[in-house]
Each structure stands twice: as structure tokens, then as C-alpha cells.
Design a protein around this ligand. Structure first.
Ligand code: SRM
Ligand code: SF4
Length: 572
């Protein structure tokens, strides 16, 4: 086996590298600054470290200008993200999150595109209590953000319960075993006493080292034919290979990612590419060694180019595979065949094994709240009170009320009926296949609205959909408030990326199964132009499509969008 001894890019380390190195394994002065009552915020250096503890300092952007005028500090508040491998939470954990959102947050929960809970609007003085309460319910927020391995995703598919359980266990193991080993989190938030002395790096962080990774790292496991987790968007994706209904192993895909910067050609979305197959017992080793390649060769100078996808592109896919095999000391097997149908969720009741039922509930924009005529948060709370199965948060910002016994199904259906939760044909298939990132008012990087705007845009798009008889047509539509791609816009058949308030770049042509990226179709357009474009596109689709042809494929066949020669739209 070879070890190729690549070089990491030259250049001075970015400021974040220095902050991590000097932080004494993610401690910094977090413990002290969180107690300081003079400001509701914390210094930027500590905020960089805070991310590794699952939180960001934000300010309410709706109030920014007014507070500036009044010479007040921004309306500082914290976002907190839970680590929830595979998106699985117990009903009692749901109830705790629900209560915490009211007690310490802004009264809502956000179900994220990586299958977990986010809370917004937590004041500095309530952070410790919030994290401790989460800890008491056997959850944590460690490594939910930051330059480490993030929440590990796995298909939440209710159709294949046994496989789901098996794959879920793998996602949990990866998530737990790849956690940073520092006790910083326990000391800052859980009052654990610091052990005296200065242990060696290899004792504290044997895998990550003192500077952790150059950038965030994401792992997801998909169970074909469902690609709900968008396995090709992951830094490291595993595709479960099922033979005779048994899990025999995983194909390994590396180098995916969605983020880019407007106008910067050196940044781009990229699909992960399959490099081989491994047996289940090798999964952890492959993940660990892949992470160490990124640790050693990722760009620590320019953060915009620091993701693993850029490392893979810079070193070459084959070389990275050789390096991985060198570190493993054995070769990957040849990738096995697989097939994906779609990357969305399938709604309603489904019967699984053991007479257990599963209900996938559409949560628009992943926002669990009580709206004026739709008491979604209360309804889900009432379900959690009687439910004795689990909640599975999906990668499409929805929730599955899973493992419901036949008896409980009646009760839960009644609650859903009472609170008007069941779909009952209310939503078009387009809306059910929609995703929007948080964006304004909490996201500091948002250039335009997403979650708060997409529902009203969809009201207008649905009129066009109805005019063309496309109400039941499964078309994925995704909107983000900036090009970072948190709602994986580049894998939506219709994608919008915010450019400025009310203006979006429009993308078309991604595959319905998440295996092809979209391409830009129109730049910097507002609502009127969006609707005009969609009028033409949907009318053509309704009249010219082939039997069973997905919208993303149609726009390429009809030459509305040109695909790259290999048809995948890998970055070229
Ligand atoms: Fe994200 C940064 C929200 C999934 C790519 N993302 C952010 C921040 C933390 C903004 C910031 O850095 O200040 C956003 C917080 C907004 C808020 O107010 O809550 C944010 N990202 C989200 C969530 C909540 C979107 C959602 O509405 O569900 C998702 C939380 C996932 C989770 O539970 O861990 C979320 N973010 C994603 C995804 C999708 C995925 O991972 O499957 C991506 C694209 C995949 C990828 O990483 O390439 C994504 N987020 C980014 C990026 C671009 C990273 C890049 O290297 O290209 C940023 C910006 C950054 O890291 O500098 C970012
Ligand atoms: Fe914020 Fe941009 Fe991510 Fe949306 S895509 S949550 S605007 S960083």
C-alpha cells in the first residue's frame, strides 16, 4: 500500500486556525464570557469556538436598523442545534425540546435539513440552563456545528423498518465515536471540574489534533431506493447495499458539498463520487481515515476552499482513494450496483413490520410553531404525550411519527384530525417537495428571505401548477437565502438562491433522485419574473413531457438547460 505524502496548500493559516489552536481544546474563555452580564453577546473568538458546542451568536436582523438608530447593541441571541444522529428522538425528548423552545427560545422549533432540532432566540443567560436540560434528556449539542464531523444522517424511510434500525445504529455509532474527545463542553456547560495538568494532544484529541479539521465535515447514509439524505451532497456518503433484503455493506462516496459564493469560480457545489464498497464492520475505519486525510491535506489558509470537496478535486479522486487505502492498509472492494428513485419524503400512514405504523407529516420549512389557524406545535405536543414509539426527523425538514401500534394509531389519528395536521390533499405535491433554509431574520449570512417567503411564493406558483394539471406532480423546489446551500438548492429540480432582498438566481435541471446538480437558468430575478418563467416552463412540461418524465429531466431533454457531457453536472 502506498502513502502519497501530499502537501497541504501553502499560505498562512486563517484566523480561525489560530483561535482553535490557542483555545485549549475548544475552551477559550467561554466559561467566563458566558457569565458576563454586561453584554448579551460574546467576543468573536469565543463565538468561533462556540460553534463546536453547537451554537452561534446571532442577532435579530429585523431589529438591527432600529437598534442601531437607538445606539443599542444588536438584539443578541443564540441559536442552538442538537446532535441527533439519524434524526431519531423519543417522545419525552420531543416534549423537552417543545417546552424549552417556549421557556428559553422564541417559541418555535426548526427541524433542519440535517435531521435535527434548532432553537432560536436563546438569551445568553439562558444558554447553560438550556444545554443542561437537553443533557438531562440524554441529548447534547456537541459538534452540531464547527470544524468537526457533524450530525450523521441516515435515511428515515419508514418502508424498510429493519434496515432502518440497522443503518440508524451505524449513524449513531459514527456520530458518537467521531465526537471530539475534549471535555470542554462538559466543563463549560455541565459544571464538570477540569482535571489538573496538561495532557498531550494525542491523549486529548487522538483523531482531530489540536486544530481540529480545516472545516466542517458531513457524513450521511442512504438506503436505496430513497435518497432523502442527498447522499451525494455529503463530504462522505455511504450508500447501503441491500442483497436478499439484508444489509451487506456500503458503497463509499466522497467529496460532495453544496456551498459556493456568488461570482467566485473557485467555489462550487459538487457531487460526491463513489469510490468503492466496504463491509459494515469497516464503516467506522473508513470514516475515521477519510477524516484524517482531510485533517492533513485540507486548506487551512483559505476557509472558502477548505471543504473536503476541494481537497478531493485538488489531489484527484484516484489519489485520495489510494491515500485512503494506504491509511487503511487494505483495498476497497468494487462498488456494487444501487438505484435511487427520489430524494423527497413520502407522506401519510405506512405499515411497517411487527404491525407498527409510521406517519410522515409535512412541516412547511421545518418550522414547528403554532400558527393562527394551524396549531402544529400544540398538536405535535399532544401526540408526543401519548406516543410510545419515536419521532424521526427527516432530511427534508419533516417528521415521521414512527413505530405506532395499531391501538395508538387511532388515538394519534384523532389528535391529528383535531389539530388539522393530516394533509387531506391540502398541499400540492410541489409544496410537499419544498424546502427552505432559515435565512432572515436569524441567519447572519442571508441575502434574501427563504423560509418566511417560500410559502407565499408557493401560493402563487400553485395557481400555475393547477392551471396545468400538475397538482400531483412530484417536483422538488428548494430556496436558500444565500449560496451556502443549507436547503441543498443545487439538488432541487427548481432552485432559488437569494442574491439581494426580493431577488433570486433561479436554477433548473437537478435530478429527482439527487444524482445530478442543477444549473443556473436566470440571474437576479424577482417574483414577477419567477412566476412568468414558471408559467412557460410548467405549460411546456405539461404538454411536452414523456410518460413518467421528471421535471428535472424534462428541462434537459427540452434543451431548456444544458447538462454536462457526462450528464451528471459534476462541476466542470
Ligand atoms: Fe447551513 C452556515 C443553517 C444545513 C451549508 N447554516 C449556516 C448558518 C449556521 C449561518 C452562519 O454560519 O452564520 C445557518 C444558521 C441559520 C439559522 O439562523 O439557524 C445555517 N444549515 C442551516 C440549517 C438550519 C438550514 C435549515 O433551514 O434546515 C441546516 C442545519 C443542519 C444541521 O442540522 O446540521 C443547514 N448547511 C446545511 C446544508 C445541508 C446539509 O448539510 O445537508 C449545507 C450544504 C451542504 C454543505 O455543507 O456543503 C449547509 N451552512 C452551509 C454553509 C456553506 C458551507 C460550505 O463550506 O460551503 C454555511 C456557511 C459556512 O459554513 O461558512 C452554513
Ligand atoms: Fe443562512 Fe445562507 Fe444557510 Fe440560508 S443558505 S441558512 S441564508 S447560510
Amino acid at each position: 500500500m502506498v502513502n502519497l505524502n501530499f502537501k497541504a496548500p501553502d499560505g498562512p493559516p486563517s484566523d480561525v486556525e489560530e483561535i482553535k489552536l490557542k483555545s485549549n481544546y475548544l475552551r477559550g474563555t467561554l466559561k467566563q464570557v458566558m457569565q458576563d452580564r454586561l453584554s448579551a453577546g460574546i467576543p468573536e473568538d469565543d463565538n468561533r469556538l462556540m460553534k463546536h458546542h453547537g451554537s452561534y451568536l446571532q442577532d435579530d436582523r429585523d431589529l438591527r436598523a432600529e437598534r442601531q438608530k437607538q445606539k443599542l447593541e444588536p438584539a443578541y441571541q443564540f441559536m442552538l442545534r442538537v446532535r441527533l444522529p439519524g434524526g431519531v428522538a423519543t417522545p419525552s425528548q420531543w416534549l423537552v425540546m417543545d417546552e424549552l423552545a417556549d421557556r428559553n427560545g422564541n417559541g418555535t422549533l426548526k427541524l433542519t435539513t440535517r435531521q435535527t432540532f434548532q432553537m432560536h432566540g436563546i438569551l445568553k443567560w439562558n444558554m447553560k440552563n438550556t444545554i443542561q436540560t437537553i443533557h438531562q434528556t440524554l441529548l447534547d449539542t456537541i459538534a452540531a456545528c464547527g470544524d468537526v464531523n457533524r450530525n450523521v444522517m441516515s435515511t428515515s424511510n419508514p418502508y424498510q423498518s429493519e434496515l432502518h434500525a440497522e443503518v440508524y445504529e451505524w449513524s449513531k455509532k459514527l456520530s458518537n465515536d467521531l465526537l471530539p474527545k475534549t471535555r470542554a463542553y462538559h466543563e463549560v456547560w455541565l459544571d464538570e471540574e477540569k482535571v489538573a495538568g496538561t495532557p498531550k494532544t494525542e491523549e486529548v484529541e487522538p483523531m482531530y489534533g489540536p486544530a481540529y479539521l480545516p472545516r466542517k465535515f458531513k457524513i450521511g447514509i442512504a438506503i436505496p431506493p430513497t435518497n432523502d439524505i442527498d447522499v451525494f451532497s455529503q463530504d462522505l456518503g455511504f450508500i447501503a447495499i441491500i442483497e436478499d433484503d439484508k444489509l451487506v455493506g456500503f458503497n463509499v462516496a466522497i467529496g460532495g458539498g453544496m456551498g459556493m459564493t456568488h461570482g467566485d469560480q473557485a467555489t462550487y457545489p459538487q457531487l460526491a463520487k463513489v469510490i468503492g464498497f466496504v463491509k459494515p464492520d469497516k464503516l467506522y475505519e473508513v470514516a475515521e481515515k477519510t477524516i484524517t486525510i482531510q485533517r492533513d491535506y485540507g486548506n487551512r489558509s483559505v476557509r472558502k476552499n477548505a471543504r473536503f470537496k476541494y481537497t478531493v478535486d485538488r489531489l484527484g479522486l484516484e489519489n485520495v482513494k489510494l491515500e485512503l487505502e494506504g491509511r487503511l492498509g487494505w483495498k476497497l472492494e468494487e462498488a456494487r450496483p444501487f438505484h435511487f428513485d427520489h430524494n423527497g419524503d413520502r407522506y401519510g400512514w405506512v405499515k411497517g413490520i411487527g404491525n407498527k405504523w409510521h406517519y410522515t407529516l409535512f412541516i412547511e420549512g421545518g418550522r414547528v410553531a403554532d400558527f393562527e389557524n394551524y396549531k402544529l406545535k400544540t398538536g405535535l405536543r399532544e401526540i408526543a404525550k401519548v406516543h410510545n414509539g419515536e419521532f424521526r426527523l427527516t432530511a427534508n425538514q419533516n417528521v415521521i411519527i414512527a413505530n405506532v401500534s395499531a391501538q395508538k394509531k387511532k388515538k394519534i389519528s384523532e389528535i391529528m384530525e383535531h389539530y388539522g395536521l393530516s394533509d387531506g390533499g391540502r398541499f400540492s405535491a410541489l409544496r410537499r417537495n419544498s424546502m427552505a433554509c432559515v435565512a432572515l431574520p436569524t441567519c447572519g449570512l442571508a441575502m434574501a428571505e427563504a423560509e418566511r417567503y417560500l410559502p407565499s411564493l408557493l401560493n402563487k406558483i400553485e395557481d400555475i401548477v393547477d392551471e396545468n394539471g400538475l397538482r400531483n406532480e412530484e417536483i422538488t423546489i428548494r430556496m436558500t437565502g444565500c449560496p451556502n446551500g443549507c436547503a441543498r438548492h443545487a439538488l432541487g429540480e427548481i432552485g432559488f438562491i437569494g442574491k439581494a432582498v426580493g431577488k433570486y438566481n433561479m436554477y433548473l435541471g437537478a435530478a429527482h433522485d439527487g444524482s445530478r446538480l442543477s444549473k443556473m437558468y436566470r440571474e437576479n430575478i424577482g417574483e414577477e419574473e419567477i412566476l412568468n418563467e414558471l408559467k412557460v416552463l410548467f405549460s411546456r412540461y405539461a404538454n411536452e413531457r414523456n410518460e413518467g418524465e421528471h421535471f428535472g429531466d424534462f428541462v434537459i431533454r427540452a434543451e431548456i438547460i444544458k447538462a454536462t457531457t457526462d450528464g451528471t453536472n459534476f462541476h466542470d
